[in-house]
Design a protein around this ligand. Sequence first.
Ligand SMILES: NC(=O)c1ccc[n+]([C@@H]2O[C@H](COP(=O)([O-])OP(=O)(O)OC[C@H]3O[C@@H](n4cnc5c(N)ncnc54)[C@H](OP(=O)(O)O)[C@@H]3O)[C@@H](O)[C@H]2O)c1
Length: 253
Amino acid sequence: MTSTTSNSPLVGQVAVVTGAGRGIGKAIALTLAELGSHTVLCGRSRQALEQTAADIQNSGGQNSGRGAGKSSVIECDVTDLHSVESLAERIERTFQRLDILVNNAGIGVPGGPLHQLAPDDWDRVLNTNLRGVYYCIRSLAPLMINSKARNGHIINISSLAGKNALPNGAAYAASKWGLNGLSYSVAEELRAHNIRVSVICPGSVHTEFSPHPGKNAEKMLQAADVAHAVAMIVTQAPQSFASEILLRPTRKP
Ligand SMILES: NC(=O)c1ccc[n+]([C@@H]2O[C@H](COP(=O)([O-])OP(=O)(O)OC[C@H]3O[C@@H](n4cnc5c(N)ncnc54)[C@H](OP(=O)(O)O)[C@@H]3O)[C@@H](O)[C@H]2O)c1
């Protein structure tokens, strides 16, 4: 791939994507690398992250643990504050800057009425989808502020389940409604630092996340569609702030 300012508008920028080993996070990481940023790939499974790094390399970027190429792999569990803080320390040491943070890592829980949900499952989903985003913002926003990002972005991957009722998925819905409230509030806190905090709420996306029985996969949203929304956000003019994107399939799957 030839690098030009027009097709690589993020050259010189550093991006972090949580949950970059598969699904939506992988598609976002590939897109941000294609747009020219050095993309830090995070998740719990190193093998999956290495595969994303290889795919970035094969599509024209370079993977380098020293931060000289188009992607780096850093194992990180967003539910573990020490793990997230050590991610932040490594990014600060290696790059001395952070421009884009995509909080994508998320999980679901087995479907069923809330009164039958095990407390451990409640904790797992809230700790990943909501507390994990808090940990990432707590650990990484200071670096974004201190590196005086001219066009900083924090993009939280929520869900239409954060806008609507989700019977038999109340804990997941609660985590995403909470994430939306967190996003709107932090957006106001960080505006003055030139950091735009936005939230993307997709409907069902064709990934390994959960089975979608009876849905036509071809009509469903694809991971690349969410990545496209991320690309739109990070390539906006500096004065423009698309704070929320609700993403639906064109035709009902
Ligand atoms: N698929 C959908 O229908 C859909 C619709 C709307 C919104 N979303 C949201 O989109 C996001 C991505 O979903 P997806 O469909 O791509 O799911 P996915 O294919 O299951 O991928 C989830 C990613 O999150 C990572 N992850 C999970 N727990 C983690 C943790 N504690 N620390 C770090 N990484 C963790 C996983 O990697 P490891 O397991 O290796 O850590 C994996 O890379 C989620 O926030 C989900 O809620 C999905």
